[in-house]
Design a binder for this molecule. Structure first.
Ligand code: PMP
Length: 362
């Protein structure tokens, strides 16, 4: 064959998922925690690194980490699977259950990686669209599920990028209606008033097909570590273990996650602070008469109505404040998404936003 080796044909339409990583003073574009993990955690991790046998492969089953997570959630370690970020957890689920001839259903606008990973794993994606207020419309949902018979149905709660948490009734409804796994991505779960984990031990129909996915990247302030996990029926854990690479989760990450779970109080304090700041930003956006949607996460989606979102994004960048420009995403016409930062960062964002809107009124 002459010339470059052709890519798998079904991949050529996919472009990668990127948020521009521009050097700025205030980074509010990727929903990370603005605060570092507690210093005690770092001290403990340093000590732990000295005890790792670096010449040996890590514990393939991540036994201690899974035990700690199981204890944290009041469940069995056999129901916990860990991987390099929740993205790898999602990838394992789709490698195990998706693939050619199988369908994943999702409700847009939602987290772009659900459809992206499905496509990379050759899983067909069937989409339903949310209503104008970004709620999942149960009629649409029923139609999509009945027609597509998906092997995986994704819900994202709170939903990235819209911020809304699904209600327990919606999750229970999907469990009853969908034939396959119901994957509830709770990357922002701790900011939300309830978790699908609460349903795990309920008698809800189909609960054995419920998969809850979580991450250490947001509330645990550990995006650099790449650690995510799922809680589900042991058969789902077994399926993920079948497809994941051996020794995929390194010893340092396993230790980092296990030690983080000793600092639940510090994590909860950060969540409380960010939740309070979220309320402050929401009020400020309302005062600026901008359309925004109620958020149960650490970000807010808003629409700078009178101005082009890309112009506002550019003005903010000019003030060294980076937010996410979602305006070209389907269903998110003229929308921007701002991650809740520290009080000072949020002040910088609000001042820059106010200035941008003022300049356009002159
Ligand atoms: N799910 C959702 C909804 C997200 O927003 C993100 C991060 N943007 C992830 C999963 C992936 O997180 P990570 O791989 O860092 O755990």
């Amino acid at each position: 064959m002459a010339g470059p080796v052709p890519l798998r044909p079904d991949l050529t339409v996919l472009s990668g998922y990127h948020s521009p990583q521009v050097e700025v003073e205030v980074r509010l574009n990727t929903n990370e925690s603005p605060l570092p993990p507690p210093p005690e955690w770092l001290d403990e991790l340093r000590d732990e690194l000295g005890r790792i046998d670096f010449n040996r492969y890590p514990d393939r089953d991540a036994t201690a980490l899974r035990a700690a997570l199981a204890e944290f959630h009041g469940t069995d370690p056999a129901r916990v699977f860990c991987a390099n970020g929740s993205n790898e957890v999602l990838q394992c689920l789709l490698l195990a259950y998706g693939g050619a001839g199988r369908v994943a259903a999702l409700f847009e606008p939602t987290y772009a990686l659900h459809s992206h990973i499905a496509s990379v794993t050759a899983t067909k994606v069937v989409r339903g669209w949310r209503g104008p207020d970004h709620r999942v419309d149960l009629e649409v949902l029923d139609r999509v599920i009945d027609e597509a018979q998906p092997v995986v149905t994704f819900l994202c709660s709170p939903n990235n990028p819209t911020g809304r948490a699904e209600s327990p009734e919606v999750v229970a409804h999907v469990l009853e209606r969908a034939p396959g796994l119901v994957v509830v991505d709770e990357a922002y779960g701790q900011f939300s008033p309830w978790s699908a984990l609460d349903l795990m031990h309920s008698g809800v129909t189909g609960v054995e097909r419920l998969v809850v996915v979580r991450t250490f990247s947001k509330t645990w302030s550990m995006a650099a570590c790449r650690l995510g996990y799922l809680v589900a029926d042991p058969a789902v854990v077994g399926a993920c273990e079948t497809v994941v690479l051996p020794y995929h989760l390194d010893a340092m990450t396993q230790a980092a996650g296990r030690l983080a779970l000793r600092h639940v109080d510090a994590m909860e304090a950060r969540v409380a602070l960010i939740t309070e700041e979220r309320g402050r930003i929401a009020s400020a956006l309302a005062e600026l008469a901008l359309e925004s949607w109620p958020s149960a996460a650490n970000f807010i989606l808003f629409r700078p109505s009178a101005r082009a979102a890309t112009d506002v994004w550019q003005d903010l960048l000019g003030a060294s404040v980076l937010v996410r420009d979602c305006s070209s995403w389907p269903g998110l016409d003229n929308c921007l998404r701002v991650t809740v930062g520290t009080t000072e960062e949020n002040d910088r964002f609000l001042a820059a936003l106010g200035a941008s809107l003022d300049a356009s009124r002159r």
